[in-house]
Write a protein that binds this ligand. Structure first.
Ligand SMILES: [Zn+2]
Length: 353
């Protein structure tokens, strides 16, 4: 693959290296010099498992982009450290955390396209900048019953993620952070303007926007996943519609549900006592899951859930008359669903390091 900046997609002018998994994250989860065994089931090489140092997971980036995004890193670092200390978190902290998850998810996607030799010849239509803080997002925080350190990611090295990098799980010590983000994922059920249908043709998306219903419907995502963790949702609308027809979003309801209306950033929400409530601007410990899960079970559960969500999500959101795209998606969904049925010991090898 040609070298491009992971942030903007251009050929990097003054080249720097971006660590997709930053050093601070490696340090708080174990020895930063440790190696990670990456499995590439779809590489042309004979041995699909390759060992690379965590610290060596870096990719090209422009100096300017790298400097700009390093501000994100320092903010995210503070939030993750607070989480690991079970400290109170605010709405702003969650906005930061979810933005950083956008960055990590897209960074891992582009990184794996490089490392895995891009077996499906995916040509990225967006990079970190375009895809950070722009689309609806959700996170479920699950908690393991031990304090073991470790960093894992789940759902990255599968064909579905190569094509559609919308869902993955990041494991940071005791927390399993299940993350989903996609176009209008929450819009309709959170009462935001929404498209009746998202049609994909020739790599383009066709949107016919509907006025908002201005009320919340529960659950916010009608997709199956375990509720035994803290559910966070954030509507985002920094999209083409906001640019072209800002009046669509200029309603009291949307204003009230926004953290930063002019940048299309909705208010982070949390499910509590079967209600969806705004996360407070004053930090609280409401986010900390009371329920703890046995580590091995949780590890397998989140891998299965990530693969299943990736497979289900596409049909939940999009429709297409493009036969090739449909064929590709059928293959990806079939692969994920097949892996979901693997026995636990086999499935856990999909995320081991
Ligand atoms: Zn750049």
């Amino acid at each position: 693959m040609e070298k491009f900046c992971v942030f903007c997609g251009e050929r990097p002018a003054s080249k720097t290296k971006e660590h997709i998994l930053p050093r601070w994250l490696l340090s708080i989860t174990g020895n930063p010099k440790r190696t990670l065994k990456l499995h590439f089931p779809y590489t042309s090489k004979e041995s699909p498992a390759r060992e690379i140092a965590f610290d060596a997971l870096h990719f090209p980036a422009c100096l300017e982009c790298n400097n700009e995004f390093s501000v994100y890193e320092s903010r995210a670092k503070l939030v993750v450290e607070k989480m690991l200390q079970h400290a109170p978190l605010s709405a702003t902290d969650f906005n930061t955390l979810l933005g950083w998850f956008d960055k990590v998810r897209i960074g891992l996607w582009l990184g794996f396209l490089y490392l895995g030799e891009n077996p499906f010849s995916v040509s990225p239509q967006f990079h970190i900048r375009k895809r950070t803080n722009t689309k609806d997002r959700a996170m479920v925080i699950y908690r393991a019953d031990d304090q073991r350190t470790g960093l894992h990611f789940q759902g990255i090295n599968v064909p579905m993620f190569h094509h559609f990098p919308s869902c993955f799980t990041l494991v940071i010590n005791e927390f399993y952070l299940f993350n989903v983000s996609a176009d209008f994922l929450l819009a309709r059920r959170l009462g935001f303007p929404y498209p009746k249908q998202l049609a994909l043709r020739d790599g383009e998306m066709f949107v016919h926007i509907q006025p908002s219903r201005e009320r919340i419907m529960l659950p916010p995502m009608r997709l199956p996943f375990s509720k035994a963790g803290t559910e966070i949702y954030q509507p985002m609308f920094a999209n083409e519609v906001l640019k072209a027809q800002p009046e669509v979003y200029d309603t009291n309801y949307v204003q009230n549900m926004s953290m930063d209306w002019s940048n299309g950033i909705g208010w982070p929400l949390q499910m509590r006592d079967k209600r969806l409530v705004k996360i407070s601007t004053d930090p609280t410990r409401d986010w900390l899951p009371e329920q703890k899960h046995q580590r091995t079970d949780l590890h397998v559960m989140t891998i299965r859930q990530t693969l299943k969500m990736q497979a289900d999500l596409w049909d939940y959101l999009y429709s297409t008359t493009d036969r090739n795209l449909r064929k590709t998606m059928d293959f990806c969904q079939h692969t994920n669903r097949k892996w979901c049925k693997f026995p636990s010991d086999q499935i856990s090898t999909l995320s081991k390091n």
